[in-house]
Structures are given as C-alpha cells and as structure tokens.
Design a protein around this ligand. Structure first.
Ligand code: AMP
Length: 183
C-alpha cells in the first residue's frame, strides 16, 4: 500500500501515521522527522532546513524532493510506504508522481485528516514543539491553506477524507475502514 497522509499541522497526522504504518506493515516516512533528525545531527541538510522550519515556511522543494527520492529508494519502501508531510505543494506532488512513474507505480490513496481550525491551534500549543509558538503556528496554517490544500485537487479521486476528531483508536478505525472500502 502506498499512502500519502494530508492534513493541517496539529491534525494528528504523525500519531496516526505511526499507528497505521504498524497496522499496515509499511514504513512511516515523515519529512518533518527526517529534517529534525538532520538538524539533531547537524548535517548540511539540517542546516539548510532549520531556518525555514523555525519560521513555519516550507523547506525549498529541491532539498525536500531529493531527500524523499533517496528515502523511497531504500529497500524497506519497495513494498509500500506511508508518507506523512509530503507532498506539501503541487510541485512536490508532481515530482512524487514522477518518482513512482519511473517504477511504474502509483499511489493507492491519499488520506485527508479533517479537523476544525480552533482545535488545531489548541492541540499545537499543547504539544510544545520548538516550532509551535503562536506566530509560527499561524504561519504554518496559512502555508497549509495556500500551498498544501491544492494537492487535494491534484489527487482528486484518490482522496479519502476522514473526520479526525475523536480518540486515536476511533480515528485509526475510520481510516482503516475507509481504506478497506476504497480498494
Ligand atoms: P511537520 O513535522 O510535518 O509538521 O513539518 C515540520 C516542518 O518541516 C514544516 O513546517 C516545514 O518547515 C518542514 N517540512 C516538512 N515537510 C516538508 C515538505 N514536504 N516540504 C517542505 N517543508 C517541509
């Protein structure tokens, strides 16, 4: 199964991605986690990404696309994957289509997590990550609406929309059920 999870920051994508990856037996590939690991290890990639992340802006596409291309070429991603936080704009979506197309593959589905905006800010402030200050949160939400939401139009009939309010188990259940009926 080759999945992309899409949703605004604070929608619980990361949590769901971890659970779903375990249940579906495919690796969880989070571009945010990959960037944070690079920052933690002070790699050149991490140095490039840090200022963008601190400001709530997208890391430039060239840097992000190369990192994803590399990660998808790892052996564990050959049988499927769950992408969390990528693609984040239409141009990244087109690159992903190209990467998969080279292997004659396409995505199984795009899972969209739907959460009301007031709830998102509340959840992010509670999370306390270094890029979770109020100004940066607002910027990340604006970037989501302006740049990421249009990918839902790009993917059209691959999109499965999930109500992401409720307990972790409830939301996982909805996602698994929707994936079953989508196939
Ligand atoms: P996340 O952990 O998905 O919330 O991502 C944290 C931050 O990492 C984002 O605010 C961006 O600065 C950066 N980032 C993660 N994924 C991408 C991506 N696909 N394209 C550009 N920047 C990204």
């Amino acid at each position: 199964m080759r999945l992309v999870l899409v949703g605004p920051p604070g929608a619980g994508k990361g949590t769901q991605a971890a659970v779903l990856s375990e249940k579906l037996g495919v690796p969880h590939i989070s571009t945010g986690d990959l960037f944070r690991a690079n920052i933690g290890n002070s790699t050149p990639l991490g140095q490039k990404a840090k200022s963008y992340m601190d400001a709530g802006e997208l890391v430039p596409d060239e840097v992000t696309n190369e990192m994803v291309r590399d990660r998808l070429s790892d052996e564990d991603a050959a049988q499927g994957f769950l992408l969390d936080g990528y693609p984040r704009n239409t141009s990244q979506a087109e690159v992903l289509t190209g990467i998969l197309g080279e292997k004659h593959l396409e995505l199984t589905a795009v899972v969209q997590f739907d959460v009301p905006e007031e709830e998102l800010v509340k959840r992010m402030l509670a999370r306390g990550r270094s890029d979770d200050t109020e100004d940066v949160i607002r910027r990340r939400l604006a970037v989501y609406h302006e740049e990421t939401e249009p990918i839902l139009g790009y993917y059209q009939d691959k999109v499965i929309k999930i109500d992401a309010l409720g307990s972790i188990e409830e939301i996982t259940g909805r996602a698994l059920e929707a994936l079953r009926s989508h196939q």
